[in-house]
Design a protein around this ligand. Structure first.
Ligand code: SF4
Length: 365
């Protein structure tokens, strides 16, 4: 057959070190992974595992769980063992939970060594424990919790302040010869966030975890994340992403996957190409596109399906797609792989497209 042309991307990926979050490689040219965070109480093992199962089903590759109490720390071993995807324990301030998470077999720990008291060499002990267990660490700098010293120096959470904070945190581990690290520098303003990651990308070779903090409710958060991640990923920056939405975490995963697919950083699955409709439309394009989207939900194959309202661009787009309809005069011309295979009345367009899509999907298996 014809050799497949690799999908075009906008820039080569930034060269970063590779770390291993359980079975998922992050950095060093590994595919950009999508992660999310549970919203359950981690100590509620049943509910947390249930949510992790839902996240796994939605395509999430790495999951983070908060660990603010001893009960949460006690739950980590079971969760890490039973989760289908690698679990990262998210810990602030409490070194004893870091040790617990490493012992529990978590795939990684998120902790900022700068928060940990330096007496007793606890940072060194964490570095040793992490090294012994092969557990990488994410250093996560957030505008909202920036070191007071840096706030004073820069006046506010500027990109420079975020980067200086992150590199200082990393240096606390480097002193102990520990470099199994990935870094995030999050801010709620995509402009500051993009600039911070650009600078960080220049100044180190650690893999980077992209995130916009407090991105907001689903609509706003989706757009902010798409813009911010899009700008960075288009420059090759970013090794793993987490979309933060004030919405169920599976929604974050869907958005993350769609961002990667849009930039050809992941093979596109089902894609509906539909026109916005206009005064020329001869069918109800919105309804058709919605019904086709719902009807094809769950079809895990890279199909492009075009739903077009009239004969202006309809035949062209429908021909380019794997499958499509160009509508006119209350009828739809159904295209499969560039050829018109049938003409059906408007009322049959959706069912015909779904039927043909399923047939194509069968052939692709
Ligand atoms: Fe308008 Fe036809 Fe283009 Fe759809 S395909 S936007 S109906 S001109």
């Amino acid at each position: 057959g014809v050799p497949e042309v690799p999908a075009r991307t906008l820039a080569p990926r930034r060269q970063s070190r590779r770390i291993q979050v359980g079975p998922v490689a992050v950095g060093g040219g590994a595919p950009v992974s999508v992660q999310s965070m549970t919203t359950t109480r981690t100590s509620d093992i049943g509910a947390t595992l249930q949510q992790i199962a839902e996240l796994t089903a939605s395509g999430c590759q790495i999951v983070r769980v908060a660990c603010p109490t001893q009960d949460d720390a006690d739950a980590l071993a079971v969760i890490a063992r039973k989760s289908q995807i690698p679990v990262i324990a998210d810990i602030h301030f409490q070194p004893k939970y870091v040790f617990a998470a490493i012992e529990a077999g978590c795939a990684a720990v998120r902790v900022n060594p700068g928060n940990i008291k330096k007496f007793d060499d606890q940072v060194g002990q964490i570095a040793r424990a992490a090294k012994d267990h092969g557990t990488p660490v994410r250093i996560g700098v957030n505008a909202g919790s920036l070191d007071r010293r840096l706030l004073k120096k820069y006046g506010r959470a500027t990109p420079e302040a975020l980067v200086e904070s992150a590199l200082w945190e990393a240096s606390l581990f480097e002193e102990h010869d520990f470099r199994d690290i990935k870094i995030s520098v999050k801010h709620n303003d995509p402009v500051v966030m993009i600039e911070a990651y650009r600078q960080l990308a220049e100044q180190c070779d650690y893999p980077l975890h992209l995130g916009v903090t407090e991105a907001g409710p689903a609509f706003q958060g989706t757009i902010k994340s798409a813009v911010a991640f899009g700008a960075l990923l288009a420059e090759g920056i970013g090794d793993t992403i987490r979309v933060s939405l004030s919405a169920p975490p599976a929604e974050e995963v869907k958005v993350g996957i769609q961002i990667l697919e849009s930039l050809n950083l992941r093979q596109r699955r089902l894609e509906i190409v539909s026109c916005p409709s206009c005064g020329r439309a001869q069918v109800d394009v919105y309804r058709l596109a919605d019904e086709v989207t719902v009807g094809l939900d769950g079809l895990e194959v890279p199909l492009r399906v075009a739903v077009m309202g009239c004969v202006v661009n309809g035949p062209g787009e429908a021909r380019e797609a794997d499958l499509g309809v160009a509508s006119g005069n209350g009828k739809g011309q159904i295209f499969v792989k560039g050829e018109v295979v049938r003409t059906v009345p408007e009322s049959k367009i959706v069912e015909t497209l779904i039927e043909e899509a399923q047939r194509l999907a069968e052939q692709m298996k």
